[in-house]
Design a protein. Structure first.
Length: 445
């Protein structure tokens, strides 16, 4: 896909992001408390979505590092939820409460500690397997112990921890996160083959945004400052990138693999039929390619194109029910033999319709012998009563048959084939589809 086409498809989303960015930026200047609450609520919600998504998709992906990623974000979401509540308490107080301020800072230190440990675990474990339930329990216990330790911290009223201010400790933890994240980028590059290109890019962006966020937090001097606002923007961007990568890795890729497996199976069926009918070798792939080209020209959606592809590939699958002495007969068929041959469309319907995955692809296998003037079979449909996919395929099927050598005749010259298609406009074929088809043929010359 070209950059211009990719931008054309995504510009509404890009515009939406720009508008939301502008609204949030305005809100941060108008009321930082509301901005902070919205941004933190957003990352907490996305954390839960990431965790839920990896749990649901694990049985399909069996990607242990994704489960660990989901568990990590669940724990980070817990810390962010507690920090948000502590921040709300601080905001509602008339006078400064040192104990709550320390608690808030220590929660950030603990959150960074969890992130560092998680990143190190991912770097060390890479794509190895582990007991998901045990790791889940360990992370929950670790998170609980950190929260309890912070709640019982005896130095909350002194703002000191072994001679180091808690604010300085928070900044040190942020620098450590940045250092480990840098190692994470190197690890991602080293294990690039484990990810699809888009997922790899999203993970790299997530790490980059996290680094920018943590570095921004270290530079904050006062609440409501511009650098703090951008730190939260970078944090939200991190969660968006991670969620997008999880969706891509946990949903889109498995679904794509399943579809490809199904289509390879269908291709196998088609090849098996070609082996039975030697004169049609390569026919299925040719008619599929040309049918798809016409359908795209006529504005079919992606789902309609998928059905077109499968229907075209299996257009003659019903012939597996036709006896070999009729299917492979070299000469003309008798009336009785032709009646039996025409049953192949019903056999195709009976075979494919009960399969939900293929029920919408039935138009071509069942209707591709109908004719525009109503003289076709099996139902003598006329004009636009015939599904458009079948009308498209009827032309391509005849074009390929006449353009190929058969045991009972040589292929026709190209101009003769075109002339025949023109003569059959309004008789065998949909006139509009014939015009589009001939236009495509001319453009491919």
């Amino acid at each position: 896909m070209s950059i211009s086409k990719d931008f054309k498809n995504k510009w509404p989303y890009i515009l939406l992001v720009i508008i939301l960015f502008g609204v949030l930026l305005w809100l941060s200047k108008k009321d930082f408390m509301v901005f902070y609450s919205l941004s933190e609520t957003f990352v907490i919600f996305v954390s839960l979505m990431i965790f839920g998504l990896v749990v649901i998709t694990f049985k399909y992906t069996e990607k242990h590092f994704m489960v660990f990623l989901g568990l990590t974000f669940l724990c980070l979401g817990i810390f962010d939820f507690v920090r948000l509540n502590v921040y709300n308490q601080l905001h509602n107080l008339i006078t400064e409460n040192t104990s709550l301020l320390n608690t808030y800072s220590l929660l950030q230190v603990a959150r960074n500690m969890l992130m560092v440990i998680s990143l190190l675990f991912v770097i060390v474990m890479k794509n190895r397997k582990f007991n998901v339930f045990i790791v889940f329990l360990l992370m929950m216990v670790f998170t609980s112990l950190l929260l309890i330790a912070i709640a019982w911290n005896p130095v909350q009223t002194t703002n000191q921890l072994s001679g180091i201010t808690i604010d300085n400790l928070k900044k040190i933890s942020e620098f450590i996160v940045v250092l480990i994240l840098s190692l994470g980028i190197l690890s991602l590059q080293k294990n690039k083959s484990l990810f699809e290109n888009k997922v790899h890019m999203q993970l790299n962006l997530a790490v980059l945004f996290t680094i920018l966020s943590e570095m921004s937090f270290t530079l904050v001097t006062n609440q409501g400052s511009t650098i703090l606002v951008f730190a939260h923007f970078f944090k939200m961007a991190t969660y968006i990138m991670i969620f997008s990568a999880i969706v891509k890795k946990g949903l889109e890729e498995p679904y794509k693999e399943i579809n490809e497996s199904y289509d390879l199976t269908l291709d196998g069926w088609s090849r098996a039929l070609e082996l039975k009918e030697e004169e049609t070798a390569g026919h299925s792939r040719r008619v599929v390619k040309m049918s798809m080209a016409i359908a795209k020209e006529m504005g079919f959606s992606q789902l309609e194109l998928n059905d077109m592809y499968r229907g075209a590939l299996l257009h003659d699958i019903g012939k597996i029910g036709i006896p070999d002495h009729i299917l492979l007969k070299q000469g003309a068929l008798t009336r009785e033999e032709r009646d039996i041959m025409e049953k192949h469309v019903q056999y195709a319907y009976d075979l494919l319709y009960p399969i939900p995955y293929l029920s919408k692809a039935i138009d071509i296998p069942y209707y591709h012998h109908e004719k525009w003037d109503g003289t076709g079979y099996p139902n003598s449909l006329k004009g636009e009563q015939i599904p458009l996919a079948a009308r498209i395929f009827a032309i391509v099927d005849v074009w390929d048959a006449l353009s190929s050598d058969r045991p009972y005749r040589l292929k026709w010259p190209e101009e003769k084939v075109k002339q025949y298609l023109i003569e059959q406009k309004g008789k065998h074929f949909d006139p509009k589809v014939v015009e589009i088809f001939l236009k495509l043929l001319k453009s491919n010359e």
